[in-house]
Design a protein around this ligand. Sequence first.
Ligand SMILES: Nc1nc2c(c(=O)[nH]1)N[C@H]1C(S)=C(S)[C@@H](COP(=O)(O)OP(=O)(O)OC[C@H]3O[C@@H](n4cnc5c(=O)[nH]c(N)nc54)[C@H](O)[C@@H]3O)O[C@H]1N2
Ligand SMILES: Nc1nc2c(c(=O)[nH]1)N[C@H]1C(S)=C(S)[C@@H](COP(=O)(O)OP(=O)(O)OC[C@H]3O[C@@H](n4cnc5c(=O)[nH]c(N)nc54)[C@H](O)[C@@H]3O)O[C@H]1N2
Ligand code: SF4
Ligand SMILES: [Mo]
Length: 571
Amino acid sequence: MASEKSHKDEQTHFRTCNLCEAMCGIVIKHDGKKVLSIKDDKDDPFSKGYICPKATALQDLHEDSDRLRHPVERTANGWKEIGWAEALDKVAAGIQSVQKKHGQNAFGIYLGNPNVHNLGGMLTIKHLLTSIKTRSRFSATSIDQLPHHIVSMHLFGHMLRIPVPDVNRTQYMLIIGGNPLASNGSIMTAPNMRQKLKDIKARDGKVVVIDPRRTETADIASEHHFIRPATDVLLLLAMLNEIYLQGYADKARANNNRAAALAPEIERIADFAKDYSAESVADITGISAIKIKRLVKEFCEAESSVCYGRMGVSVQEFGLLSQYLILLINIVTGRLDEVGGLMFPNPAVDVVNNSGPGYLGKRHSRVSNLPDFNGDYPVVAMADEMLVEGAGQLKGFMTVAGNPVLSTPNGEKLDTAFANLDFMVAIDYFVTETSRHAHIILPPVSPLERDHYDVTFNNFAVHNVAKYSKALFAKQRSAKHDWQIYLELAKRLDKKAALATKVERLLIKVLGPKFMLDQGLKRGPYKGLNLKELKNSPHGINLGALKRMLPQALKHKDKQIHLNVDFYQAD
Ligand SMILES: Nc1nc2c(c(=O)[nH]1)N[C@H]1C(S)=C(S)[C@@H](COP(=O)(O)OP(=O)(O)OC[C@H]3O[C@@H](n4cnc5c(=O)[nH]c(N)nc54)[C@H](O)[C@@H]3O)O[C@H]1N2
Ligand SMILES: Nc1nc2c(c(=O)[nH]1)N[C@H]1C(S)=C(S)[C@@H](COP(=O)(O)OP(=O)(O)OC[C@H]3O[C@@H](n4cnc5c(=O)[nH]c(N)nc54)[C@H](O)[C@@H]3O)O[C@H]1N2
Ligand code: SF4
Ligand SMILES: [Mo]
């Protein structure tokens, strides 16, 4: 840790931490070369002085002598530093050689989680993907938030149109399989969840946690109920059934349930869970019928309430159906798009209108026949695609900001699979369990050397806000940003199609992702907001509490909610 003493060249830098989804504002004291301290920014309109212990890791990460500053090539005598031009040429040649010999899709790519915390990366990754032209794509999505994308695509017409709990105003929060006190929240960008949950209790509201473990969140909740792992789907079915049996769905309809009125198939939901009584699921879930009935009653009678489910729900066998049921419970009780319920953020850069809606099962993986989502196959298919011989077998691979040997199921198998590839490259600034298999590692700059605006997580923020952080330190001339690595590779792999137009290419090259961000802000929902204004507001701009967004948030052409009952009933 840096010393607290004042320093003669001390300067102050405000930024948003990019290490998790919470987007906390931090104040960095520095002397132009070195970080002196990292603290919370009390004037940040979003985090209001909250940070977690990880914020100071930005300094550790920046100074870590193990962090790669130059491309490295694996040799018989260990890692050898090489120049950028040589490294990029070799990587492009390696990719092309695999594709020429074994086919376009014999080269695969995995995008890891930090991609979505990286402004330049987010705005330019499509250029790398189009230039590699492979259908063998994987990402961390399938070991994380995939069910959220699928249900939102079905119901609201876009995979990113995901509603979040209005934690700042709710009177009753039901948390299923999430531990925001440890994780700092997910698909719910909400710094200082400890305070937010305490506030719910302080205003006579209730926080209820359903988790097989006594978690940090359970510890401060009003109630915690243990559940037998992977049985949440049954609890949720029984809850939905009880909502109808106790007459709360009808009550919500009589009370002008706007979301239900937008869903033509809503009448079918009354029967959706009719076979699942509270009594019938009690033994298997470990939650008694009396408790389930009481949970439903309290949820429905609270002035406002929200049901939220996260990782513990998403990654179980019926994760998709569970996330669907969570949406249904919020919809039929009139909690969707209402204050204190599940609401749609309205971010300054509209990612929904700047991306495709998503699609499911257009193709299936070669070996295990698993469906893709939006062009990504599930990561569990990855190792077999490399190990099982035959036409279409993966012979080359690129990981971008990911460590799938650690983060995906059966990592040992993937470890073996990576070791068998003809060519592998990792875009990462560490030698990891995964990147150690690469022939070449291309390291980007540290987070403190780049501009930051959270394009992704403002879309999940529980309060609308816009914050821009300039790079704290100028990068070394010899270093490259992730986006520069992508564009350099794209240029080498596909001279014609790499960038959409010559003009765009020139603008990105000269102005960087800043230019694209400025365009995104100007095209966004807040009139007059642009990069210049954000630069003039170092703590960020408060864009107000979440507002009702229906029906305009709906991306289906008919502006309705498509419940897709048949699809989920079959599951
Ligand atoms: N057992 C178990 N498995 C899990 C989970 C779990 O809780 N338990 N959680 C799951 C979840 S929610 C997720 S999101 C996934 C995450 O899975 P991954 O994304 O595969 O794993 P990470 O550890 O986040 O990988 C981060 C890698 O990116 C590098 N990196 C960091 N920042 C940057 C950057 O700016 N640029 C580049 N190029 N590289 C960077 C780091 O050095 C690191 O090697 O894991 C999933 N797997
Ligand atoms: N320090 C730190 N913070 C992080 C991350 C990190 O790597 N380190 N990763 C970040 C990322 S990428 C994400 S996605 C978020 C995840 O954020 P969260 O989803 O809030 O956190 P998890 O710890 O994955 O919480 C999952 C909870 O589900 C419970 N659970 C497990 N199985 C079941 C089940 O069958 N039913 C129910 N009801 N519950 C179950 C677990 O006991 C656990 O408490 O965390 C983020 N925050
Ligand atoms: S909660 Fe997340 S965003 Fe906030 S300081 Fe910690 S790591 Fe950074
Ligand atoms: Mo995640």
